[in-house]
Each structure stands twice: as structure tokens, then as C-alpha cells.
Write a protein that binds this ligand. Structure first.
Ligand SMILES: Cc1cc2nc3c(=O)[nH]c(=O)nc-3n(C[C@H](O)[C@H](O)[C@H](O)COP(=O)(O)OP(=O)(O)OC[C@H]3O[C@@H](n4cnc5c(N)ncnc54)[C@H](O)[C@@H]3O)c2cc1C
Length: 308
């Protein structure tokens, strides 16, 4: 049995979903926000680089976002999971929730974030979001001046290592095995003062979540205080393709499976929108999640009023 009919369901209440819901609430649209409560940056102590919020603990930011929605009576937030969905012949959507209740809605905004997959090396998991990071703009300032390493290879590794010199003058590129760097890339690294180490890694070392060195399989050690790793961003579920959205081709730099959208978050399926990390073609950030959530919320409000 269908529980109720919404004008919009927002899947995920991270920065993008909360921003979209705020816009829908201000547009007076009946909106259900469904959230499993696992925004990708919860591992960090502070959000960095978001104007007006720099250094704020993530959990505090999300709580404040939810509080702001209380002003708008047409918006409801539910702690639950959207487990599946389909588009009906009449253009509406039926979504199923973990709690078992189906919801019918005229529009859907997908803001479920992404699964950040980092390399499997012993010692990375417990340091993720602190001394091991994927984004120098999020963590570089706090770790500046330490000897740093980059765990990646090829164009991504060369780019990451050269870029990191903005925060430290001691950078080593770790390829964890024989490198596939071109001669040209090697030349640029060497000219830029970046060292190259191809030895396979064994583990990271340091007290608690701190990092003091990487240990190689041959027993050697390199003193580093921070490690930049290449993370791949993957969809957290098959919901987007199940509803008819198209995923992008893998991008070598970061995003592996973004939802294809236009600048207003329209997927090409009438009534289906996406924003935030799940739909980003640019390096993911809180600022772009807030911005794209806002634009997508506005596009949904217009769609509900105007029909396109
Ligand atoms: C460790 C780390 C540190 C970072 N630090 C920074 C930083 O300092 N500055 C910065 O600008 N960016 C940072 N980022 C990037 C930033 O966190 C993301 O770009 C941003 O959180 C994306 O927002 P989002 O709303 O798209 O997704 P998310 O914040 O991931 O939120 C998605 C929400 O949807 C929920 N959800 C998922 N699937 C479902 C479902 N099926 N049903 C219901 N709910 C669902 C999730 O539980 C989650 O609550 C960091 C990322 C990581 C991984």
C-alpha cells in the first residue's frame, strides 16, 4: 500500500540534500527527505574551505542544516533508507524504504553522496580523514610543512605530487610497485624536487591516528607525516540507474561513476534530479554540494510549478 504522495523526495541529507530541501521548503513544496546519516566526511574533525563554516565539525553542520529545515512545514526529514525505486508510466516515482513503506512522489532528487574507496594498505583505514587524505584543499593546511607522500601512479600521481608542493617542500611519490610514469612525467617530478619510490608498501606507522613513517615490504622505512592517496568515488547503490539515470564513464582523476546531469541537476529523466558528490563532474567539495543542491532544489520547484 502506498503511504502518501509527495511532491519531492530527497534521497540523502548531506550538504547537497539539505540544501535542496531548504530550497524546496522555501518554495512551499511537500518534501520528504530520507537519510541514513552517513555523510562521507564524518571521519574528519572539521569541514575545511566552506565559507562561513571553516573548521566546523561535520556533525554540528548537519544538525544545524536539519534545524533550519524546521522553519518550513512542508519538509519532513526521516531517518530511513531508500532501498529501491521505479518510474511509473504516468511519470511519477515509487520509492521503497528500509522500513518497508512505499512512497509515491512527483519528483526525486538523488543526493546520496559517494562511496570513497581508497587503496588497501595496512594502516590507512584508521588514519583516513586525518593524516591520510584524498584532497589537499581539505587537509593540506592543517598538515602543512610535514614531509608528505603521495600514494598513486601515472598522471594522477604526478599531478598529486606536484600539486602538494604548495603545502610542503618534501614530497615523495610512492607507486607501490614498478611505475608507469612516462619519461616526461618523471622529468617534471625530478625538476620539481619530488622524489620517486617504487618499492611495494607494507604498512603505515605512528601512534594512534598520527603518521610517522611508511614501511616498505623490503623492510625499509620513509619518514612522512601525511599521506595523500588516490580515492575512487563510486555510487553507493544502483538507485540512479534503476530510475533511468545515466552514469558517466570513469574519469582517471577521481570520480568513477557520477550521475550525468545538466547544470541544474536534471538527469534527462523528467522529474529525476541529482546533486552533490553523486552527480559531480568537478572535484567533490562541500561548497559544490551546497551549490548544486540549491540549484537542483530550485529546478525541482520550477518543474513542479511549470511542468518542465
Ligand atoms: C574524509 C573526507 C573529508 C572531507 N573533507 C572535506 C573538507 O574538509 N572540505 C570539503 O569541502 N569537502 C570535504 N570532503 C568532501 C565532502 O565531504 C563531500 O564533497 C560532501 O560531503 C558531499 O556532500 P553530499 O551531500 O553529496 O554527500 P554526503 O555528504 O556523503 O551525504 C549523503 C547522505 O545520503 C545518505 N544516503 C546515501 N544513500 C542513501 C539512501 N539510499 N537512502 C537514504 N539516505 C542515503 C548518506 O547516509 C549521507 O547522509 C571530504 C570528504 C571525505 C571523504
Amino acid at each position: 500500500m502506498t503511504e502518501n504522495i509527495e511532491e519531492c523526495v530527497v534521497v540523502g541529507a548531506g550538504a547537497a540534500g539539505l540544501s535542496a530541501a531548504l530550497t524546496l521548503g522555501r518554495g512551499g513544496r511537500t518534501t520528504l527527505v530520507v537519510d541514513t546519516g552517513r555523510p562521507s566526511n564524518l571521519a574528519t574533525t572539521g569541514i575545511r574551505g566552506l565559507l562561513g563554516q571553516d573548521g566546523r565539525p561535520p556533525a554540528e553542520f548537519y544538525a544545524a542544516g536539519r534545524r533550519e529545515l524546521l522553519t518550513y512545514p512542508s519538509v519532513t526529514v526521516r531517518n530511513d533508507e531508500v532501498t529501491g525505486g521505479r518510474r511509473e508510466p504516468d511519470g511519477s516515482f515509487v520509492l521503497t524504504l528500509g522500513s518497508g513503506q512505499p512512497i509515491t512522489t512527483r519528483t526525486v532528487i538523488l543526493t546520496p553522496g559517494m562511496d570513497y574507496r581508497y587503496p588497501h594498505v595496512d594502516g590507512i583505514e584508521e588514519r583516513w580523514g586525518g593524516t591520510v587524505f584524498h584532497c589537499p584543499f581539505c587537509h593540506g593546511w592543517e598538515l602543512r610543512g610535514r614531509p608528505m607522500a603521495v600514494l598513486a601512479d601515472g598522471a594522477v600521481g604526478a599531478h598529486g605530487a606536484l600539486n602538494l608542493r604548495g603545502w610542503t617542500d618534501q614530497v615523495t611519490l610512492l607507486t607501490n610497485g614498478p611505475t608507469r610514469l612516462t619519461d616526461e612525467q618523471r622529468g617534471r617530478l625530478s625538476a620539481g624536487g619530488v622524489r620517486l619510490d617504487e618499492r611495494p608498501l607494507l604498512t603505515l606507522q605512528g601512534p594512534g591516528a598520527d603518521l610517522e613513517s611508511v614501511v616498505f615490504a623490503d623492510g625499509g622505512e620513509l619518514a612522512v607525516g601525511a599521506l595523500l592517496v588516490k580515492a575512487g568515488l563510486y555510487q553507493r547503490s544502483s538507485l540512479a540507474p534503476d530510475l533511468g539515470a545515466v552514469l558517466t564513464e570513469p574519469d582517471e582523476m577521481l570520480t568513477v561513476q557520477a550521475i550525468t546531469v545538466d547544470p541544474m541537476g536534471r538527469t534527462g529523466v523528467p522529474g529525476l534530479f541529482a546533486a552533490g558528490d553523486a552527480a559531480t563532474a568537478v572535484p567533490p567539495s562541500m561548497a559544490s554540494a551546497v551549490a548544486s543542491g540549491y540549484l537542483t532544489g530550485a529546478a525541482a520547484v520550477v518543474q513542479l510549478a511549470v511542468g518542465s
